[in-house]
Design a protein around this ligand. Structure first.
Ligand code: NA7
Length: 543
């Protein structure tokens, strides 16, 4: 039997919970469909050792529950996964969200019926649901990118993708473990696993820049100081570039070469001591001027050489010439390079000694054999579009999302796709999403969608859609925001979709900044929802 709701929401992370909160406030019936057994999204799935957020805890919390801002106590400057998951679970308790969430259920199809103006959504449990609105809150980094390495299915030991880490405790002690991948996840996981494993092999294809994450305990005073001005801080976050205060102390100027060398290097040192992304924002042109980026990147290479005792290992850990700090999502670490000074850690440089195959017992490279008890796959995600495409969504006239996006995604504001009426894509392709503190990207999207629905009610519209022209204009603008950035040429970068073999290069993450984007979305709404098309009940009747 088909159950009917006003809205169906996919995903019970921060985006799904916020959407449910707002829809309830608007008096709408909603069901959230969630693959996991509980809330938390990214923080539910990524429970690998060492998982930690790269946005300060006092910034990375929801702005729609101000009472909780006055009560919640974060223990460290940058929170660990268990603490964020506890916070997410507490939110679900406080607002009794779980009664409207169907857990352990995966959406397998979503089809728009244009005559009846409804979405019909099917699941792996054989459910059939109908709703006027279909809202994806499935996250940007939720569809694992699994490496296509010969023999991977033959491995007889424990095999885990970090984004699907088991809920039960995984024993690391006494084991020979390899971590494949050295992005944010591989760096965090390796740093933690090195403390327990009998031996850790870090399988590195491309060395990456990683910056120190200084994460002192937070104090009562830290909380008290912010609590008196949390409302203003939240407003500041909403209008800022990335909704994070981690690096606001160190913007030293727009152009690095306006300063003499000794001043520049003193500033690099200050930013390095500040930790996290400060070094990338130390001057306004680190991300756009190759000469400046080269200098800052060499500064980091020297820091790596100073930390790692064995010179050959240190050189392998230095990102290759031509790569610049900040072109990929910043990696921050709590002692990653130092683990290579431990006797139980070996760096395997896959550029020098590539993997030939995985065997039943471990990894076979061109020159070596590494017997393993566990292989940890930290190879990232089919980012942003992957989760949407995996839902098998079909819009008007039987057009499949996978087909219309075959040459790359096209959206209007990252939130709607032409021909897919009443489908909202929270943090969708070409919106700021994970460029910013994602809780605030979500906040802006959920607010904008809900206001659009309220507008529809006010004008008596039953559908909202967009046009290919509006999409083309938006995608050109999104490309404009990235065209001057060094990031655009970086290979294997999930921001551009190029980390997944065969995936078209496109702007998955809008680079103009959250505050600018928000103003633009508001201005479009105030201009009678320019670029959107509303449909009405009478059209349904005459269809
Ligand atoms: P990333 O940043 O996409 O990193 C994936 C890593 O896996 C990276 O080092 C890749 O090397 C490596 N990789 C991918 N495929 C392979 C194969 N086939 N063989 C060897 N190595 C491979 O994902 P993360 O999970 O670390 O981080 C994703 C985001 O989560 C992060 O940006 C934060 O926002 C949180 P490559 O560099 O491609 O050579």
């Amino acid at each position: 039997m088909t159950q009917t709701f006003d809205a169906l929401v996919v995903g019970a992370g921060f985006a799904g919970m916020h959407t449910l909160f707002r829809l309830r406030q608007m008096g709408m019936t909603a069901l959230v469909i969630e693959k996991g057994t509980d809330v938390g999204g990214t923080w539910y799935w990524n429970r690998y050792p060492g998982a930690r957020c790269d946005v300060p805890s006092l910034d990375y919390s929801v702005p729609w529950d101000p009472e909780l801002d006055q009560q919640w106590y974060w223990t460290e400057k940058y929170s660990t996964q268990p603490e964020i998951l506890t916070y997410a679970s507490h939110l679900a308790d406080r607002h009794d969200f779980r009664r409207d969430i169907k857990f352990e259920t995966t959406v397998t199809s979503a089809v728009w019926d244009d005559a009846r103006q409804v979405w019909t959504v099917g699941t792996d449990k054989g459910d059939s649901f109908e709703a006027k609105f279909f809202i994806s809150a499935a996250g940007a980094l939720s569809e694992p990118n699994l490496p296509d390495i010969p023999g991977i299915g033959d491995f007889k030991g424990e095999l885990y993708h970090t984004g699907r880490w088991p809920r039960d405790k995984v024993e690391l002690k006494g084991k020979r473990i390899a971590v494949l991948g050295t992005g944010s996840t591989g760096v965090q996981a390796s740093t933690a696993i090195a403390r327990e494993a009998d031996h850790l092999y870090v399988l590195q294809r491309t060395a990456q820049f990683s910056l120190p994450c200084l994460t002192p305990p937070l104090t009562e005073e830290d909380h008290a100081e912010l609590r008196v001005r949390y409302p203003e801080h939240r407003e500041w976050q909403r209008g800022s570039y990335a909704a994070t205060s981690s690096n606001i102390d160190t913007p030293f100027g727009m152009h690095a070469f306006d300063d003499p060398k000794e001043v520049r290097f003193a500033n690099y040192e200050k930013a390095w001591a500040n930790g996290t992304a400060a070094l990338v924002g130390v001057y306004g042109d680190v991300s756009t001027n190759a000469e400046v980026a080269q200098e800052v990147s060499d500064f980091v290479r020297d820091k790596i050489r100073a930390k790692v005792k064995d010179p050959e290992t240190a050189e392998s850990l230095c990102p290759p010439p031509g790569s610049y700090v900040g072109t990929r999502r910043i990696i921050i670490d709590t002692g990653y390079f130092e683990i290579f000074n431990q006797d139980n850690v070996t760096l395997v440089d896959l550029r020098k000694d590539p993997i030939e195959r995985i065997t039943a017992d471990g990894v076979q490279t061109k020159n070596n054999t590494y017997p393993l008890d566990m292989l940890v796959v930290a190879t990232g995600y089919d980012a942003v579009t992957g989760p949407l495409i995996s839902m098998n969504i079909t819009g008007k006239n039987g057009v499949r999302l996978a087909d219309t996006w075959a040459d790359g995604p096209h959206t209007y504001l990252g939130i709607m796709v032409a021909g897919f009426p009443n489908l909202f894509t929270i943090t969708g392709p070409a919106s700021p999403g994970v460029l910013a503190n994602v809780i605030f990207s979500i906040d802006q999207h959920v607010d904008w969608c809900c206001r659009a629905i309220e507008h529809m009610r006010a004008i008596g519209a039953t559908t909202i859609d967009t046009t290919p022209e509006a999409e083309a204009e938006w995608n050109a603008h999104a490309m404009d925001t990235v065209k001057d950035q060094l990031r655009i040429n970086d290979e294997n970068n999930w921001y551009m979709g190029t980390n997944v073999p065969g995936k078209p290069r496109s702007v998955l993450v809008y680079q103009g900044g959250l505050g600018f984007y928000r103003d633009r979305c508001n201005e479009i709404a105030e201009d009678n929802y320019r670029g959107f098309v509303f449909g009405y009940e009478r059209e349904k009747a005459s269809a």
